[in-house]
Design a protein around this ligand. Structure first.
Ligand code: ATP
Ligand code: MG
Length: 377
């Protein structure tokens, strides 16, 4: 089968690698350069999007910021999964919030801001502290502001106004600040028949809004809550493919932060830690193949490699250490690759995290150092 992926980044690359053993061949469409490319080499193919759509058996997406006209053409072909609504919900926080409310899933109280008057009203209704997020185009904590004190309102409004002026479609979503203990996420797949398989929850540490460390956890009470919310969201969208839900954990109660209608960075651990990884399961779901087992087979932590293009050889030599580079050119803070660190039991994983920290730069890998420090304390 031939699959066309909208988006040509590392997620399309890893989907392509996972699909090969099943004879699933992938082509990617780079929506920023409007070219059809090979998902591994990035070499352009002499094909228009229309031709690539005609050639594909199935079309899917690896990210949510896709121009709506492209989504419409793909959906009209009848080959596109999940639906364009699911992709739009991931790319527009207004649609996302409406969807979460409609599915009856708990999320942070919010207000939509288009004008200064809306902002002043949101300060009253949502309250301070408040997290302000651009409705469109946000990722990795970009396009966000924190209002901690009313005195900051004027300066923040100036910045938000510039963002609003970028595009007529833009708006700001003002969200209540959630005093969470930790962040977790649930990645799962839903097939054409509506069957759902979810992976164990991952606990995520973000630094400066960017995911740094993600560890598969065994938390039965949270898992049950997360699975119920996952099913509510996935069913309400008649979703097909892999979907991720990010949560805030507040004293054992989960609140949805956001959804990602695609394979997710917090699910990369499944490449080594689960029976069938998220990339293969996404392809299985969209191609109408049976879903694979999401069972944990090894304790795993995923470490994002941000802004670095090499690692000390000692890391590669460590047992249970699996390196995944994305073939990208180096830029400060850029997601260049990740490390999946596996172990036979949780205590061993902790020991390995302490060991790997010795070889990783503290500034580039703050979460690993933080965890290693906590464990050794
Ligand atoms: P992603 O890269 O996951 O798509 P994003 O840029 O879309 O990220 P969010 O996930 O909405 O942004 O926010 C980034 C981080 O900011 C969250 O992981 C969380 O740590 C923090 N955050 C977001 N919203 C809130 C909130 N309402 N209260 C407290 N912290 C928040
Ligand atoms: Mg997020």
């Amino acid at each position: 089968m031939h699959v066309l992926v909208l988006g040509a980044g590392q997620l399309a690359r890893m989907m392509s690698l996972a699909g090969a053993p099943l004879n699933l061949t992938l082509t990617a469409y780079d929506v920023t350069t409007c070219t059809v490319v090979h998902p591994l080499t990035q070499v352009a193919r002499p094909q228009t999007l229309e031709q690539a759509i005609a050639d594909a058996d199935v079309i899917t997406a690896e990210f949510e910021h896709i121009p709506h006209d492209i989504l419409e053409i793909c959906e009209q072909s009848g080959k596109f999964f999940p639906t364009s609504l699911a992709i739009k919900a991931g790319g527009d926080r207004r649609i996302e919030k409406t969807l979460l409310d409609g599915a009856g899933v708990r999320n942070a109280a919010y207000a939509i801001i288009n004008t200064r008057a809306d902002f002043d009203q949101a300060i009253e209704t949502v309250g301070i502290p408040m997290v302000l997020k651009s409705a469109l185009g946000g990722y990795d904590g970009k396009g966000q502001w924190r209002l901690k004190d009313r005195a900051q309102a004027g300066a923040i409004w100036t910045e938000m106004q510039a963002c609003l002026n970028d595009s007529k479609q833009q708006a700001i979503v003002a969200e209540q600040f959630v005093p969470f203990q930790r962040e977790v996420s649930l990645v799962g797949a839903r097939n054409h028949q509506g069957d759902i398989e979810t992976y164990p929850l991952a606990e995520n540490i973000h630094i400066g809004g960017v995911l740094s460390l993600s560890t598969a956890i065994d938390a039965p009470q949270l898992q049950t809550q997360a699975e119920t919310m996952f099913a509510a969201v996935a069913d309400s969208l008649d979703y097909v493919g892999v979907l991720a839900l990010e949560f805030f954990d507040i004293d054992g109660d989960l609140l949805v932060n956001e959804i990602a209608p695609r394979v997710h960075n917090s699910g990369h651990w499944t490449q080594q830690g689960a029976e069938i990884c998220q990339f293969e399961n996404h392809l299985r779901a969209v191609c109408g193949l049976p879903l694979g087992s999401t069972k944990l087979v090894r304790e795993t932590a995923m470490i994002n490699i941000l802004g670095e293009d090499s690692l000390p050889p000692e890391i590669m030599a460590m047992e249970g250490c699996h390196i995944h580079w994305y073939g990208k050119s180096q830029r400060p803070g850029r997601k260049m690759g990740h490390i999946n660190l596996t172990a036979d039991y949780p205590g061993q994983l902790q020991r390995k995290l302490c060991e790997i920290a010795k070889y990783l730069d503290k500034a580039a890998f703050p979460a690993v150092h933080q965890i290693a420090h906590d464990i050794q304390d």
